[in-house]
Design a protein around this ligand. Structure first.
Ligand SMILES: C=CCO[C@@H]1O[C@H](CO)[C@@H](O[C@@H]2O[C@H](CO)[C@H](O)[C@H](OCc3cn(-c4n[nH]c(N)n4)nn3)[C@H]2O)[C@H](O)[C@H]1NC(C)=O
Length: 134
């Protein structure tokens, strides 16, 4: 998954929101939105997979601590289609991260007890149009 947008030096606090607006490529295999401390320590790796890493139409979520992946969490719902324009809103608190989409919402535990988000990266077949921090 090629490297796309990377934003560092953030100071996103619990309750604040990271909004990533963009378009899923028409031939997307997968994309990921990563938030955390840095590329090696992620509160959340949000990875919709159309057809990659052995998964089809599956959202895989995970954490990463000092470069080591945690246990994957596969979501039942897959509210994405090739070519979709969408907005992904990520917020968190001391217990969990929440991913809000136009037609779905997912939670993922804050396994690392992260207290602020300093890092955002978008990888793969997703063309970022705008990002907003609120
Ligand atoms: C079945 C036995 C092996 O399990 C598989 O193990 C794979 C490797 O760990 C798992 O894929 C990784 O799953 C991680 C989340 O748990 C990440 O999604 C990881 O991709 C992250 C990534 C790759 N890249 C990347 N690849 N190439 C480039 N330039 N960048 N950037 N970020 C994927 O490569 C994959 O999800 C996992 N599948 C299952 C069913 O467990």
């Amino acid at each position: 998954m090629e490297q796309g947008l990377v934003v560092t030096q953030l100071d996103i606090q619990p309750g604040e929101c990271i909004k990533v607006k963009g378009k899923i490529l028409s031939d997307a295999k997968g994309f990921a939105v990563n938030v955390g401390k840095d590329s090696s320590t992620l509160l959340l790796h949000f990875n919709p997979r159309f057809d990659c890493h052995g998964d089809v139409n599956t959202i895989v979520c995970n954490s990463k601590q000092d470069g080591t992946w945690g246990e994957e969490d596969r979501k039942a719902d897959f509210p994405f289609q090739h070519g979709d324009k969408t907005e992904i809103c990520i917020s968190f608190n001391e217990t969990e991260a929440t991913v809000k989409l136009p037609d779905a919402e997912f939670q993922f535990p804050n396994r690392l007890g992260m207290e602020k988000i300093e890092y955002l990266a978008v990888e793969g077949d997703f063309k970022v149009k705008a990002i907003k921090f609120s």
